[in-house]
Design a protein around this ligand. Structure first.
Ligand SMILES: [Zn+2]
Ligand SMILES: [Zn+2]
Length: 564
């Protein structure tokens, strides 16, 4: 068995593992790379995926970092089946359409920006297939052509729609054979509605072997969802490590913190802004607000707005699959109580309804996407509320490196939104208890339920700090062998033998030539010094402008130094 790590290797996004055995080539997940520009370039490089040569794709769950590249892979020639649980299938459809819509809008914005800069560019094509004829996506130099690529959507809504007929629904705990000799079973991962960890059984040279891909692993005692399934055995477990370096607070203490944020802003007549992922997190928050309402901790005259068409649609999908809820939620429904429907819950579907919230006075709770504040309507709410003393912003999920959410949580004094610097005066709450991911102790507990001392662990879906910490703990406490793969690594597995990783590090993580950059700035600075006398001869007003720009450069350098 050969595994290619095309994402979420020493990173959290872009989950995609391509497996090769017995002449078959298939993938577990096909997620979008999210982060800074350099990381997102990875979405353009289809050479590594070779979609036309993939036989099938197994999807763990509907988060974009696990499914976000499917339309692109389909547009580039993938014709096999995509397996997912029924709730995942339904959630995938709204999430992929939403993602395609964002791609199209961003491409359109870049196109208009290009026009204003005087570039003669083609408008972005919005029909399936066209983009590929014009785009340089699969060309070896795609990376250098990023500027033109940005004006082409990564995929279109037509590409997303073309993906849906390939999805085949799979129930939990029912083994199936996507190809002869490869047996697959989905188990409940308790992470989001429909999420699964996947068991893959196969034979090589007459010897049976079993892999488990944890997908994203949930936590016990969450609202709505049953606890993650446990038990069994495996030769190799591919284990997510998002929170490998820390534990979460309990859901109860998070409920108290949310109550504190509500009380604080209600007293000040201000708003509580909650950036939330549309799927699962939003529903967990609605459920928590329902519980707070029952406890009398949500003021009756404090309306709750769900300002995200996607979250509204996702909530409908949740309601249509009550058979996947946990026993506590099923019991509530039986009593005629709907924890996803609050008495003072209001929906803003249209952009006008959303804008109206910006000027609305009085206290309110606004839940909006995206969860990391890097896209969507939440940016407007942050722009209108971050600078207001008395308002609060409640972050309740993982904040990826480089995102605005991460900067705010890390204590930034101000943040740039739509090119405008917004001061941060609102009270910032970071509530870990709503996390849909298992924390460190919960990951270890889950791992302990698997028997077999010979199980080898491959740590994925984590940042370096979390991976290192978890790797150390698994090795020391459970005595298991651990491997941490790199992006673009190729790993050969043979049960009972050592794992053999191969990676072309220059290709995976190209070296950054700092010496060249420094030499370049020295040359420029020398040139500037040489021309200093000329600056002094300019009229005084022109000199003040040059001085200000020079000070800007110095300020930028101070900023750079402070980040080291
Ligand atoms: Zn997830
Ligand atoms: Zn994930």
């Amino acid at each position: 068995m050969k595994i290619h790590f095309l994402g979420a290797a020493q990173a959290v996004t872009g989950s995609c593992y391509i497996l090769e055995t017995a002449g078959k080539r298939f993938s577990v997940d096909c997620g979008m790379h999210q982060g800074n520009a350099e990381i997102e370039k990875r979405n353009l490089n289809m050479e590594n995926y070779r979609p036309g040569e993939l036989d099938f794709i197994l999807v763990t769950h509907a988060h974009i970092d696990h499914i976000g590249l499917l339309p692109r892979v389909v547009a580039e020639g993938f014709k096999g089946k995509i397996y997912a649980t029924p709730p995942t299938r339904d959630l995938m459809q709204i999430l992929l359409l939403d993602s395609a819509h964002i791609q199209e809008m961003e491409a359109e914005q870049h196109h208009r920006k290009g026009l204003r800069r005087g570039h003669k560019t083609q408008p972005p094509p919005f029909a399936a297939g066209e983009r590929r004829a014009k785009g340089a996506a699969s060309a070896p130099h795609a990376v250098e052509r990023r500027d033109t690529m940005q004006e082409q959507p990564l995929y279109t809504t037509a590409d997303a729609t073309a993906t849906f007929p390939l999805i085949e629904a799979i129930e939990y705990n029912k083994p199936f054979e996507p190809a002869p000799g490869i047996r697959v079973t989905y188990r409940d991962a308790g992470h989001i509605l429909g999420s699964a960890f996947i068991e893959i059984e196969y034979q090589e040279e007459g010897k049976p072997a079993k892999l488990i891909f944890s997908g994203d692993l949930g936590r016990p005692n969450q609202l709505i969802l049953p606890d993650p399934s446990t038990g069994g055995s495996a030769d190799y477990v591919f284990l997510e490590s998002t929170y490998g370096d820390r534990d979460h607070k309990s859901a109860e203490s998070s409920r108290e913190e949310l109550a504190a944020a509500i009380a604080y802003s209600y007293k000040n007549g201000e708003k509580v802004i909650i950036p939330a992922f549309a799927v699962e997190r939003t529903q967990q928050i609605l459920y928590t607000l329902f519980l707070l309402d029952q406890e009398g901790k949500l003021p009756k005259d404090m309306p709750v707005y769900l300002d995200s068409p996607l979250a509204i649609r996702a909530t409908e999908i949740f309601r249509s699959h009550p058979e996947y809820f946990d026993d506590a939620t099923k019991a509530l429904l039986k009593q005629g109580k709907d924890p996803l429907a609050l008495p003072n819950l209001r929906f803003s579907l249209t952009a006008d309804e959303s804008r109206a919230l910006n000027t609305m006075t009085g206290s309110a709770v606004i839940i909006s996407a995206s969860g990391m504040a890097n896209a969507g309507r939440i940016r407007h709410h942050l722009r209108h509320n971050l600078w207001r003393k008395g308002a609060s912003v409640v972050f309740c999920g993982y904040q990826g490196e480089g995102t605005p959410g991460r900067k705010i949580v890390d204590g930034a004094k101000s943040i740039s939104i739509f090119g405008e610097e917004i001061a941060i005066a609102a009270k910032i709450f970071t509530i870990g208890g709503f996390s849909a991911h298992a924390g460190q102790a919960e990951i270890l507990e889950w791992l302990k339920t698997f028997d077999g001392k010979g199980t080898k662990i491959i740590l994925i879906h984590g940042e370096v700090r979390a991976l290192n910490k978890l790797s150390e703990l698994i090795h020391d406490r459970l005595g298991l062998e651990v491997h941490v793969p790199t992006y673009l690594e190729e790993l050969t597995l043979e049960p009972g033998k050592v794992m053999v990783p191969v990676v072309d590090i220059d290709k995976a993580l190209p070296r950054i030539d700092w010496d060249f950059l420094l030499a370049d700035s020295r040359t420029l600075y020398a040139e500037f010094q040489k021309r200093m006398e000329l600056a002094k001869q300019k009229p005084w007003v022109a000199q003040t402008e040059l001085r200000d720009r020079f000070m800007d450069v110095n300020r930028k350098i101070v900023e750079l130094i402070s980040e080291l």
